[in-house]
Write a protein that binds this ligand. Structure first.
Ligand code: XIL
Length: 320
């Protein structure tokens, strides 16, 4: 897919979220992951929980291994994610925020984390999700009161963005959100957040629209709506990444493939949409696989047991 895309748009990236486990253990997964895609988003390996078990303590091995593999195969790496309300180590969740002195000390610890991580990967990543899922679950438009909010207040994205820029002025910065793929209050809130962040000295270059489609009857993304959405962000001087697309097969493989192609085509044909990433490679490692091994959400991805699905063929046909 990356090779086909590059014939028309050399700078466009078709990517996937990858995990080191199957990449090193499953040759079929590795073959698909490394031959189809031009960009890697570490699925979990760069979340705070995975990078820092204690204040000032870092475990970069897994993320570094993933970055090395990606770079050896000529793939870009998109860092995911610096701030988030989930996937936080215990010490971050427990940072005290009651008094002014608490908040000052906690701010130092969080900014040390950001600076250390961004500096560690400097020169090896194309971009970072500086903020992931800022808003409440479902269609909320209010900032979640995660630890970053509790320590820095509602201006936390600008504080973090400035710290990222100071540590690595060349890495592109994104705010990534779900449920903001089509026009509506959630998208308005995302656009307003990024605009305000940059007015406060932030350096956000674009937004990630996750485009998870769990239920085709409620989450279906209309291609024209997506084009209009990219237009809106472009009008504000922002780039767009489709950052985590996956589509349920619950209505059958044709409906799934059609939705995949519609999202991909809207992105690929818009000059401000710079990359398209699917959230995983093969249904064998679908993130909806429950601990007991059952698939909770149906088949969502471009490969199934190492073989390309109809959805994969649909993406190809957009490029041919
Ligand atoms: C998911 C991973 O895919 C799972 O392996 C993990 O157990 C939970 O997180 N939005 C995001 C991603 O921004 O970080 C989430 O990743 C999927 C939803």
């Amino acid at each position: 897919l990356q090779a086909l895309a590059a014939r028309q748009r050399p700078d466009f990236r078709v990517g996937a979220a990858l995990a080191l486990g199957p990449l090193t253990a499953d040759p079929e997964y590795a073959r698909a992951a490394l031959s189809e895609f031009g960009s890697v988003t570490p699925e979990n390996a760069m979340k705070p929980q995975h990078l820092s078990p204690g204040p000032g303590v870092y475990t970069f091995e897994e993320a570094d291994a993933l970055v090395d593999i990606a770079r050896r195969h000529g793939m870009d790496v998109h860092g995911h994610t610096l701030t988030f309300g989930e996937a936080l180590p215990r010490w971050m969740q427990d940072l005290p925020t009651t008094t002014e002195a608490d908040r000052r000390a906690s701010a130092t610890a969080l900014l040390d984390y950001v600076t250390t991580v961004v500096t560690h990967f400097r020169g090896r990543l194309a971009s970072w999700d500086v903020v992931n899922e800022p808003f409440g679950v479902d269609q909320g438009t209010q900032l979640r009161h995660n630890v970053w909010y509790r320590v820095f207040g509602p201006g936390y994205p600008a504080v973090v963005s400035r710290a990222v820029h100071a540590a690595d002025p060349d890495v592109a910065q994104y705010v990534n959100e779900n449920g903001a793929d089509v026009p509506g209050p959630r998208q308005d809130a995302l656009l307003a957040l990024v605009t305000e962040t940059n007015a406060q000295g932030g350096h956000i270059d674009g937004v990630g629209l996750q485009a998870h489609v769990y239920d085709l009857s409620t989450d279906r993304i209309d291609g024209d709506d997506l084009t209009r959405s990219i237009d809106r962000f472009a009008g504000a001087g922002l780039r767009v990444r489709i950052s985590e697309n996956d589509v349920t097969r619950s209505e059958g493989p044709d409906a799934q493939a059609e939705q995949y192609a519609e999202v991909f085509a809207a992105c690929f044909r818009h000059p401000n949409c710079v990359s398209y990433t699917t959230w995983g490679v093969d249904d064998r490692y679908n993130w909806w696989v429950a601990p007991d091994g059952r698939l909770r959400q149906g088949h969502d991805l471009l490969f199934e047991q190492g073989r390309p699905t109809l959805a994969h063929r649909a993406l190809r046909s957009v490029l041919e």
